[in-house]
Write a protein that binds this ligand. Structure first.
Ligand SMILES: NC(=O)c1ccc[n+]([C@@H]2O[C@H](COP(=O)([O-])OP(=O)(O)OC[C@H]3O[C@@H](n4cnc5c(N)ncnc54)[C@H](OP(=O)(O)O)[C@@H]3O)[C@@H](O)[C@H]2O)c1
Length: 329
């Protein structure tokens, strides 16, 4: 009999999440039946989407949603041999018994010297988000100028690097000077700390006096309205996230972007990376190719210990992470 540790959402978040919204519970797992496997979590992901999705996809008392890299430790399913690793949407659980539905085996050509944790980051969902936002939504072209916010995070750091690979000028904003230094290390042409610049408008103008062709939007709220005004005519905006609004108890109002969008004839499209799931195997190989060629650097913000899951999650909502936030069991 295996005991699984789980993190339960005891109470729907109201404003910024609190320790008391989570509870660590232990449950006894049954032995895997025919076709089932027993998984042991190795790396767990904490992601901003968990905050808005908890409200629409979860009930109080549910195990927190989320993905993990897990090792198969018992198997009655030949597709997942003992000792192999998978990415699964198992939630915040140390151990899981499941029938294999939705589990994605780590790609066979995964290099031995690359941490499997990257399957939750640059060579996983956040990397795919960056790639699809750039290629499928923005259609970013060589020579264009791209703006990305939350630029030092899991998605933003990959966005900037792919845009450089494509021969573009890249401007990024982030919330600390250390993050700005990291963006420069990654090859961003311009980067600024949006918390200390004073005027976002001036910072955006200074970074690209001619304006922006493309905007990869991760943050939302007031700062986005300022960014929209710096777009070139016919600029394109990929709305990937709105993290600055996720903890709002009452929705933010205005300024409204319509006139700016009309006068500049902007095109804005929201997206979820899952739209292009059918392309994932090929896309993950491309991301891995860039990593192996040294064109894609992957920073991780590691928290040790399953018991720290809530702290790691709340940490990303406070901007504590540089790169992808990962919990190592
Ligand atoms: N559409 C999709 O399919 C999809 C998929 C994945 C992620 N996303 C979205 O993409 C965005 C980035 O996700 P990620 O996984 O890469 O997270 P992340 O950037 O690694 O971490 C979140 C970062 O957001 C910034 N932030 C937090 N609160 C903020 C606030 N109130 N105002 C401004 N910035 C704030 C912080 O950086 P600073 O220090 O720079 O503020 C923090 O480090 C999120 O909005 C997420 O929901 C969308």
């Amino acid at each position: 009999m295996v005991q699984a540790k789980t993190w339960i959402l005891t109470k729907h978040f109201d404003g910024f999440p609190k320790d008391s919204d989570f509870e660590l519970k232990v449950e006894e797992l049954p032995a895997p039946k025919d076709g089932e496997v027993l998984l042991e979590a190795v790396f767990l992901s904490v992601d901003p989407y968990m905050r808005p999705f908890s409200r629409v996809r979860m009930n109080e008392g549910d195990v927190m949603i989320g993905s993990q890299v897990a090792k198969v430790i018992q198997s009655n399913n030949p597709a997942f041999p003992v000792g192999s690793h998978v990415v699964g949407r198992c939630g915040w659980r140390s151990h899981t018994v499941c029938d294999g539905m939705g589990l994605v085996p780590i790609m066979p050509e995964w290099p031995k010297d690359v941490s499997l944790s990257l399957a939750l980051g640059a060579i996983g969902m956040p990397g795919l988000t960056a790639l699809y936002g750039i290629e499928e939504v923005l259609g970013l072209q060589k020579g264009e100028t791209l703006l990305v916010n939350a630029a030092a995070g899991a998605v933003g750091s990959v966005v900037g690097q792919i845009a450089k690979i494509k021969g573009c000028k890249v401007v990024g904003s982030a919330g600390t000077d250390a993050k700005v230094a990291f963006l420069k290390e990654l090859g961003f042409d311009e980067a600024f700390n949006y918390k200390t610049v004073g005027s976002m408008e001036e910072a955006l103008k200074k970074a690209s006096p001619g304006g922006y062709d493309c905007f990869f939007e991760n943050v939302g709220g007031l700062s986005s309205s300022v960014a929209l005004q710096q777009m070139k005519n016919f600029g394109r905006i990929a709305v990937c996230g709105a993290i600055s609004t996720y903890n709002d108890s009452t929705p933010q109002t205005g300024p409204f972007p319509h006139l700016t969008m009309i006068f500049k004839q902007l095109k804005m499209e929201g997206f979820m990376q899952s739209r292009w799931e059918h392309k994932n195997p090929e896309s993950l190989k491309r991301l891995m190719g860039w990593l192996k060629e040294g064109k894609l650097q992957c920073r991780e913000h590691i928290t040790k210990g399953f018991e720290k899951m809530p702290a790691a999650f709340m940490g990303i909502l406070r901007g504590e992470n540089v790169g992808k936030a990962i919990v190592v069991v």
